[in-house]
Ligand binder design. Structure first.
Ligand code: PLP
Length: 450
């Protein structure tokens, strides 16, 4: 395909959505042409909202220490940091008594909770979860459910697993939307089952929150984890939001300044009085810029309104899936079946095609960013590939969001069709385990070469 022949067409959907930074970024192709980058990898990291960039720019002249400074700029930063807790709390509909602990990302938040559960807690997970939700829980009291192929089956399997847990505290780990298939989990229904057994629930909303409103109270869950970089705020922040008691009592996640009330030298040991949560788990200088960006993204999305966000994605996603269906050999992965409601994420294989080579060619010849592999959910991806009748152990994932427009979707469909029918137009080789163009001529932006 010559990208020059893509007809000029309306790229917008019927819903106006908040602008992202980089919407017009031009990237080089191996042919020497430059095209507007089509970021179809929102599920990994979403582009920055323009409103978030502006909010960060507003803060930077005041950038200073948080909590420990007497200066005016420190007071501004401290206020911004603490206000962000309330913004994030409201964004997920948390109770006034819930704690908002700022973390680096969802992985960090889930590891913090795993360190904070009381000794002897029975933990139940589903084996299709992202590694961040699957791996932090170890030991004899962890039950991993082999995810059934219907939502009803998942509900029944959870009840069965909880029935078999020992007396004591119980925690169920749920995923809001799969990072492999985008499918929505029946969180409310699963939470209702967990409640019957007196279990607490943590919701991994990393993939759900950028696409749908999340409400702790409506869903009746105890904890929610979020990654700001998936929520259009790529400045290295995340959160664990939820019930305070375990977090108040747990050993601090990191030890150091900010997590203590006082430290006394008793000669043979240090006496330490730990602060309550959230400070207890936020030792060290906090990421005020990241937290401000995070809160600004929550505000921008809420103020714009979810209806437009959902309508924009639904329109593009329907176009994408219909187009994929029409490409011979495409096998879409699914946990609960093709009819299950999804956010804008789809993984698939194409018969006879290496997903890694397709991903490399989409980038090098079409200026499209997608993801290939097993998406940090190896058990899920392998199982779903087998169920789809694919002989590959990896898939290709296309994921969209606020930075996506109709031309991006049309471009990836056209490109896939061309690659399937004619093969790549450039030579590729495997370098460090990944496909790459031979003698890749694409220059990096000058700021990297400088
Ligand atoms: N949970 C889900 C569903 C995800 O998709 C991801 C990231 O892809 C994570 C957790 C981990 O997020 P992070 O890498 O921001 O910690």
């Amino acid at each position: 395909m010559s990208l020059a022949v893509i007809p000029a067409q309306a790229t917008a959907t019927t819903a106006a959505v908040p602008a992202v930074v980089g919407a017009h970024t031009a990237v080089p192709l191996v042919t020497g042409e430059r095209v507007t980058y089509a970021n179809l990898d929102h599920a990994a990291s979403a582009p920055c909202l323009a409103a978030v960039r502006d909010a960060v720019d507003e803060l930077l002249p005041y950038y200073a220490s948080v909590h420990r400074g007497a200066g005016f700029a420190s007071q501004v930063c401290t206020k911004v940091y603490e206000q962000a807790r309330d913004v994030v709390r409201r964004f997920v509909g948390a109770h006034a008594s819930d704690v908002v602990v700022f973390t680096r990302n969802s992985t960090d938040a889930l590891n913090l909770l795993a360190r904070s559960v009381p000794r002897g807690t029975s933990v139940v997970t589903f084996d299709t979860d992202h590694h961040a939700a699957l791996l932090p829980w170890r030991g004899p009291r962890v039950t991993r459910i082999a995810t059934p192929d219907t939502p009803q089956g998942a509900i029944g399997a959870l009840a069965e697993a909880l029935r078999n847990t020992l007396e004591g505290a119980r925690l169920v780990v749920l995923t809001g939307a799969s990072n492999v298939t985008g499918e929505l989990w029946p969180v409310r229904e699963l939470a209702a089952v967990a409640r019957r057994f007196g279990a607490r629930i943590v919701l991994d909303a990393a993939q759900l929150a950028p696409h749908r409103p999340v409400d702790i109270q409506q869903l009746d869950v105890d904890y929610v984890v979020l990654s700001a970089h998936k929520l259009y705020a790529p400045y290295g922040s995340g959160a664990l939001v939820g019930r305070a008691d375990w977090l108040h009592q747990a050993e601090p996640y990191l030890v150091g300044g900010g997590a203590t009330k006082h430290v006394v030298d008793w000669g043979d040991h240090l006496g330490v009085g730990w602060a309550p949560a959230p400070e207890r788990h936020e030792a060290g200088s906090p990421n005020v810029v990241g937290v401000h960006a995070f809160a600004s993204a929550c505000q921008a999305i809420t103020q714009h309104g979810w209806d437009a966000v959902i309508a924009h994605e639904a329109e593009l996603f329907a176009r994408l899936r219909a187009g994929l269906k029409a490409i011979p050999g495409v096998r879409e992965l699914s946990i609960f079946g093709a009819g299950q409601d999804r956010v804008g994420v789809v993984s698939f294989t194409v018969d006879g095609q290496d997903p890694g080579l397709l991903a490399a060619a989409l980038s090098a010849e079409y200026g499209i960013g997608v993801r290939d592999g097993a998406f940090c959910a190896h058990i899920a991806t392998r199982r779903l590939l087998g169920q789809a009748g694919s002989d590959s152990d990896r898939a290709l994932r296309v994921s969209l969001g606020l930075g996506t427009n109709a031309e991006h979707v049309d471009r990836v469909l056209l490109a896939l069709r061309e690659l399937v029918e004619h093969g790549p137009g450039w030579k590729y080789e495997i370098v460090d385990g990944r496909w790459a163009p031979v003698n890749d001529p694409r220059p990096l932006p000058p700021f990297i070469n400088a």
